[in-house]
Design a protein around this ligand. Structure first.
Ligand code: AKG
Ligand code: FE2
Length: 307
């Protein structure tokens, strides 16, 4: 059913059939959402919650989600909603139901002013291979690494996997990887000597952070391991700092979990603890018609404690 090359099965949640049926019905009745600035409006959150509260077993799903995410080896979870997607399609009804579910964990918001709440990540043969819409290896990173307040959670919903069977997701526990590094490497990573990316047309993620430290010394629920392996190739780092970042990159790879998202899977990643990326798509994408290529939708959440 799921191709899990190396990941803990405990991180996958399959709602029971009765709950799937209820989620399908909920998808059919939820109204469209409203936004309050860049955040999902409180009135929508209340409205959606009232519908979810009427569903037996919803509380169990929510508890399973929260406890998996906060467990020692948690930090990410995949909610497998393939049957719900099969019934509703992955369009407005499915997105409302999924938004309702996620709003129970933290507040959905829209940091990129130029994209909708659910941002499409399609497959673009002309894009740089390592970028989100590219077909190559998307190296370990956290999203919006160069913001002082990156989103607390990043969500990837699979609309269509690579029809040629590749493009697995990779996840790694950044806190565990850091703990395996030497004190001198950690000291280098704590220096404000790292840069990556541009910063424009963003909302509610704080200020541009450049240069930033990889390790900010904050507790895990507040701070981040501000890492992106892309800065190794694209930023002008000093040699000792680049070396320390490369050591961290190697540890992330050594500890990685790999699995291929299927249609209707919702991956939730706690950005304070885990980094993510993607294996290359299969060769032969040029022969796949555009409408059959891999598509994900991405959403971000802000913890209520941080609001
Ligand atoms: O393509 C993927 O699976 C991941 C994409 C990603 O991490 C991103 O766009 O930020
Ligand atoms: Fe990402």
């Amino acid at each position: 059913m799921h191709e899990i090359e190396s990941a803990d099965r405990n991180n996958f949640i399959y709602p029971p059939g009765e709950l799937e049926e209820a989620l399908i019905e909920i998808g059919k009745v939820l109204p469209d959402w409203s936004m309050d600035g860049t955040f999902l409006a409180d009135s929508t959150i209340q409205q959606y919650r009232a519908e979810l509260d009427s569903v037996p077993q919803f509380r169990e799903l929510k508890d399973a989600l929260l406890s998996t995410l906060s467990a020692e080896a948690g930090g990410y979870v995949v909610v497998c909603l393939g049957n719900v997607a099969q019934a509703l399609g992955i369009e407005e009804q499915f997105l409302r139901m999924t938004t309702a579910l996620l709003a129970e964990m933290a507040t959905p918001f829209q940091p990129f002013q130029r994209w909708p709440l659910w941002k499409t990540i399609g497959t673009n043969l002309a894009a740089k291979p390592g970028m989100s819409t590219g077909i190559g290896y998307n190296a370990f990173h956290m999203d919006l690494v160069n913001a002082t307040q990156p989103p607390d959670y990043t969500i990837l919903l699979c609309v269509r996997p690579d029809p040629l069977g590749a493009g697995a997701s990779i996840l790694s526990d950044a806190r565990a990887a850091v703990s395996r590094l030497s004190p001198s490497t950690r000291a280098l990573l704590a220096e404000r000597d790292y840069c990556y990316g541009s910063f424009f047309e963003l909302s509610d993620v704080g200020e541009e952070y450049a240069p930033f430290p990889v390790l900010d010394g904050e507790p895990a629920d507040v701070g981040f391991v501000r890492f992106t392996a892309k800065m190794l190739a694209e930023s002008d780092l000093r040699e000792a700092h680049a070396h320390a970042a490369r050591e961290l990159a190697d540890e992330l790879i050594a500890g990685q979990a790999t699995f291929t998202l299927q249609r209707g899977d919702v991956l939730i990643v706690d950005q304070h603890r885990w980094v993510h990326g993607r294996e290359p798509l299969a060769d032969g994408q040029h022969d796949v018609p555009d409408e059959n290529r891999r598509v994900l939708l991405q959403l971000f959440l802000r913890s209520r404690q941080q609001l």
